[in-house]
Design a binder for this molecule. Structure first.
Ligand code: NAP
Length: 243
């Protein structure tokens, strides 16, 4: 019998929104490969969900270590033969980020290397596996702070959030969404940028309006989009966001 269960990879799935995305996908019957840069933290998170009866497994994947990305792609291919869902969730902020006049350049570089280049590397490595899916879904964890339109709009509540490294890294991630969606037009794979909302996690220092479970909802919805799914969209819980 052919195994029709969907297979997902969620990066940065050991905590925060990623952990909740993994949990909600698994609750929907998807087999979830939980990516974590620290194998111990990944195992601990996966064991907790497995003990709750959910179909998850852990894998080491660090966005800034190409060897772990290549090994993870080979391992997923060996275990499952394909990938139906890639949730590019892993991401960082940096305490030395700030406005363009004063942010430490090294911090901005690190943010670009993780949030943009690392996500690009993971996506490239997983694409051959996604091409083997009948309906591939890529979800990039975006933020309204990555919108050029919002950053330039004095009436926006986000106008003063001047984090040149983080915001630029997420704007670059949006470019990946736009370009990859165009490149994959006519294939079975769709790719979208999904902003989860302002979520209470370590990344926000525990500030926010939503729990991680609430923040996971929209990314999960886009991961589970059915036939005729839209591609190349930038959405937040209250609707479409301007690029
Ligand atoms: N929270 C919000 O309000 C909010 C809003 C908009 C967008 N987002 C986005 O949502 C995503 C998840 O954020 P979160 O709030 O859940 O943050 P979080 O609780 O800090 O979790 C971030 C996850 O990413 C992992 N990670 C960091 N660097 C990595 C690397 N080099 N390789 C692999 N994994 C790495 C972390 O692993 P470790 O545990 O090992 O550090 C952790 O699992 C991020 O992309 C963030 O930009 C969040």
């Amino acid at each position: 019998m052919t195994d029709t269960k969907k297979i997902a990879l969620v990066t940065g799935a050991n905590k925060g929104i990623g952990l909740e995305i993994a949990k909600q996908l698994a609750e929907a019957g998807v087999t979830v490969v939980m990516g974590a840069r620290d194998p111990r933290r990944g195992q601990t998170a996966a064991i907790a969900l497995t003990q709750a009866g959910l179909p998850v497994e852990a894998i080491e994947i660090d966005l800034v270590r190409d060897d772990t990305i290549a090994a993870a792609a080979a391992e997923i291919s060996a275990r499952h033969g394909r990938l139906d869902i890639l949730v590019n969730n892993a991401g960082i902020v940096d305490a030395e980020d700030g406005p363009p006049s004063g942010a430490r350049v090294g911090a901005a570089r690190k943010l670009m290397e993780t949030n943009f280049l690392g996500t690009l590397a993971v996506t490239q490595a997983m694409l051959p596996l996604l091409r083997r899916s009948a309906a591939g879904r890529i979800v990039n964890l975006a933020t309204t702070l990555g919108s050029l339109a919002v950053n330039g709009d004095p009436s926006s509540p986000y106008y003063e959030a001047r984090l040149i490294g983080y915001n630029a890294s997420k704007a670059a991630l949006n470019m990946l969404t736009v370009q990859l969606a165009a490149e994959l037009k006519g294939t079975a794979i769709v790719v979208n940028s999904v902003a989860p909302g302002y979520v209470k996690t370590d990344l926000t220092g525990g500030n926010g309006f939503m729990t991680p479970a609430e923040g996971a909802r929209l990314p999960v919805r886009y991961a589970l989009l059915g036939p005729d799914a839209p591609s190349g969209r930038f959405v937040a819980p209250d609707g479409a966001v301007s690029w």
